[in-house]
Design a protein around this ligand. Structure first.
Ligand code: MOS
Length: 781
């Protein structure tokens, strides 16, 4: 890379100390030791050492006595039927324990419970997509199972698959989307658009993408009588346990799902996919524990993907750029037996003030597996279309892109009529523009150049719903003063262990080294699936409540005990520090937690508590925002995080090569729980955006309906050489309604607007508008 792009690399600004982290470090430098790690402080990951030393164990790394190995065989056709199937050679192969197909799979009470789109495969010989599971082979070793799977002969009746969205638009239908209406309308779009002097009407397209977390899905299932224990790579241990209980007709308490560490999810571990239940079936058939891990190639057929979209957008404005009419009509694909819809229209419905809006979604059934949530589902795809169209409108109206957005600033959420719980988007635009040096941008396309490199600067708005779901947690104090936190959430690699440690330490007034956090186990107090960027706010608020309740309980012991130095001191006059409680009036009156517990003869004191949405949040929608606030009341608020994305890139004038060289993202997300992990999440979101804009695309062979680039050599994701310095600015924001913690989730907003900022910068550099992702060099030549 250095040889190919020497001038780009030398032109990129040198890495410097991140101002956010420097400011955070300075802010806590004078504080007492425990406060330096309190909520907000840039504390290092508590699980970092375990991870870099290999001590963190992932689902498929667990074992069990007499473990057998399962391997999936998947369909090579995308549409048709299994006419005949010969498993005799596989069954005779060395080490084989069993071969399970639709012919011999044991009946399950409710085999299709998981909302993962397809019914549990192996139930019928019908084939709906390439890569559909057709057999599970169980053997003594993984290699023996692989070998035997290769010996299975299948005779298919082959039909021509439908895999091209544009060829089937005529069959589109309006999905039944539960609490997320497929349409959002206000005013009279057609009439208002007809008379508007400035108009942009274009179609934008985003391709199928696959999540590709580093850790592939994997499951280890063990039966003990009618009790099932499963190690499973999942974003929701509780949800997976519930699904398995329903599928196998078990009592909820008889299913135990464990997943202490997750190697990334991005949405593909957000629901139970068939391989998890199939592993449990295999363990039952084999009469012994079974481990089954998806191969990287199977990660392209077994756990969903981002649906492809076709977004027809019309932006109609007055000469001053004020929007008078806005239309977003989206088509996306879904599978033969699911109606998955991501709300690509959410940004169009609420990001800008506009009286006449027409947002709609339609689905087209194709012969693919079911699409699913992926990295800001809806918001990331939809913001590419909308924010590119806004840039086109800025050009058409000859208005600066930031100024255009300010002229259309939404003071309330006009899709619901609700006020925002908080919105600091103006501050994000201003701070981002200042840090980026937006004023240095010459607005004329192709006007900035350095040698053979055309320089482009682009920006876009970022927004994502601030989700919050009911959660519970337990806090325990042991006789030696240690704190244990138990919560049935999971850490996807984003820092959940760390922020929960900080929250507990701050509430209980102990050093974080005294706190041990247990997550990733369905027997822990229930917490929501880690999706929709809700875990920090939801699990965090529950841990805050539990820790607070525990401190209150211990404080009451201390104040109610005649022999205690705090005897009769009012509870409200008692504060704590570093494992001690003391009187605010007279700090010489102090007692250690260890002493309080010893006096009461307790080895442990525990409190469980929960957090749930208040009346300001009357309904909640999974992932997307559209229609999330339908019930109207004065107290209801629309809750979103906001941000502004700024990208500088260079395009080789001869070759069309695009290099992103600089990034500034300014975000306002309520209270900051840990500026280090927060900044990492936002940077990670921008990296996803670079992949989305320039690289990621799952290519399907129309003849066979099969994904062809099913590996990390041909499915391109950004590597370090593709990622420039990403500066994150965090805007201070108070929001007492969004969650008890006052924080908004940060997991996904970083990708929203990012692809549009890149496309807008490409236009600025080259004068070429690419409306179809990814923006590869062939589209520039
Ligand atoms: Mo995320 S796509 O909500 O797991």
């Amino acid at each position: 890379m250095d040889d190919l792009f020497p001038d780009v690399l030398s032109a990129a600004p040198a890495q410097r100390a991140d101002p956010v982290l420097v400011a955070a470090a300075e802010a806590v430098a004078g504080a007492p030791p425990e406060a330096r790690k309190n909520v907000g402080a840039p504390m290092d990951r508590v699980d970092g050492r375990l991870k870099v030393t290999g001590g963190a164990r992932y689902a498929a790394e667990f074992s069990a006595p007499r473990l057998a190995h399962g391997v999936l065989l998947q369909s090579t056709i995308a549409s048709g039927r299994i006419r005949d199937l010969d498993t005799a050679a596989a069954e005779r192969a060395p080490g084989v324990i069993a071969v399970i197909t639709h012919r011999n799979i044991p009946a399950m009470p409710r085999p299709s419970v998981p909302p993962a789109g397809e019914s549990l495969p192996l139930l019928s010989p019908e084939i709906h997509y390439s890569g559909q599971n057709v057999a599970v082979v169980i053997a003594e070793t993984f290699e023996q199972a692989e070998h035997a799977a290769a010996l299975i002969r299948i005779d298919y009746v082959v039909q021509k698959p439908a895999v091209i969205l544009d060829e089937h638009l005529g069959d589109a239908f309006v999905p039944n989307t539960g609490n997320r209406p497929a349409a959002s309308k206000r005013g009279d779009f057609a009439a208002a658009a007809a008379s508007a002097p400035v108009k942009v009407a274009q179609t934008y397209r985003t391709p199928i993408e696959h999540h590709n977390p580093m850790e592939p899905h994997g499951t280890v299932a063990t039966w003990s009588g009618s009790k099932l224990t499963v190690y499973d790579a999942t974003q929701g241990v509780g949800n997976t346990a519930q699904n398995l209980a329903e599928q196998f007709g078990l009592l909820p308490e008889d299913v135990h799902v464990i997943d202490p560490f997750v190697g990334g999810g991005f949405g593909c571990k957000g629901q139970s996919w068939p391989h998890t239940a199939l592993t449990a079936v295999a363990a039952k058939v084999a009469g012994r524990p079974v481990r089954l891990s998806l191969t990287r190639r199977q990660m392209f057929s077994s756990n969903g993907h981002r649906p492809q979209t076709r977004q027809a957008n019309v932006l109609a404005a007055a000469n001053d750029g004020k929007l008078v009419a806005l239309q977003h009509q989206a088509h996306a694909h879904t599978s033969r037996n699911d109606e998955f819809m991501e709300p690509t229209g959410a940004p169009a419905s609420l990001l800008y003030s506009c009286a006449n809006v027409d947002v709609g979604h339609r689905l087209v059934r194709l012969n693919t597996g079911s699409p699913t949530y992926m990295r800001a589902p809806g918001e990331s795809s939809g913001s590419f279309g909308l924010e590119t169209a806004m840039d086109e409108l800025a050009v058409a109206a000859a208005i600066d892109p930031i100024e255009l957005r300010l002229r259309n600033y939404a003071e309330i959420d006009e899709s619901s009529g609700h006020r925002w719980s908080s919105k600091s988007l103006r501050e994000c635009y201003a701070r981002g523009a200042e840090l980026f040096g937006w004023s240095r941008r010459d607005p004329r396309p192709r006007s900035m150049r350095e040698g053979r490199w055309a320089i482009g600067m682009g920006m876009a708005t970022a927004a994502y719903p601030a989700n919050f779901r009911p959660a519970s947690a337990k806090a325990l104090m042991y006789a030696d003063g240690h704190i244990e936190i138990r919560c049935g959430t999971q850490d996807l690699g984003t820092g959940t262990y760390t922020i929960l440690t900080q929250i507990a330490a701050e509430e209980l007034k102990v050093d974080p080294s005294k706190v041990r956090v247990m997550l990733g186990d369905s027997r822990l107090p229930n917490a929501p699936t880690s999706g929709g960027s809700c875990s920090a706010t939801s699990a965090g608020s529950a841990v805050q409540a539990a820790a607070r309740a525990l401190r209150m309980r211990v404080t009451q012991y201390a104040s109610g005990d005649e022999a205690s130095p705090l005897w009769n001191v009012k509870v409200s006059d008692i504060d704590g520090r570093d494992g001690w409680l003391f009187s605010k009036q007279d700090p010489s009156k102090a007692v250690a937690y260890t002493e309080i517990l010893a006096r009461y003869g307790k080895s442990v004191v525990e409190q469980e508590a929960g957090a749930k949405p208040g009346i300001e949040r009357e309904t909640s929608a999974e992932g997307g925002s559209e229609g999330a606030e339908k019930k109207s009341s004065d107290s209801a608020r629309s809750m979103h995080g906001f941000g502004a994305q700024f990208c500088e890139l260079r395009v080789d004038a001869d070759l069309g090569t695009i290099r992103v060289v600089r990034w500034v993202g300014a975000f306002a997300l309520g209270k900051q729980l840990n500026v280090k992990t927060l900044r990492s999440q936002l940077q990670g979101g921008v990296v996803w955006g670079i992949g989305m804009a320039l690289q990621e695309e799952s290519l399907i062979d129309p003849r066979h309906g099969r994904f062809v680039n099913t590996n990390l050599a041909e499915y391109h994701v950004p590597v370090n050489a593709d990622v420039p310095p990403i500066e994150i600015a965090l805007i201070d924001e108070q929001d007492s309604l969004v969650s008890p913690l006052g924080a908004k989730g940060a997991g996904e907003i970083g990708i929203t607007g990012a692809a549009a900022a890149i496309g807008n910068a490409v236009y600025h550099a080259t004068g070429k508008r690419v409306r179809e992702l990814p923006i590869t060099l062939d589209k520039l030549l």
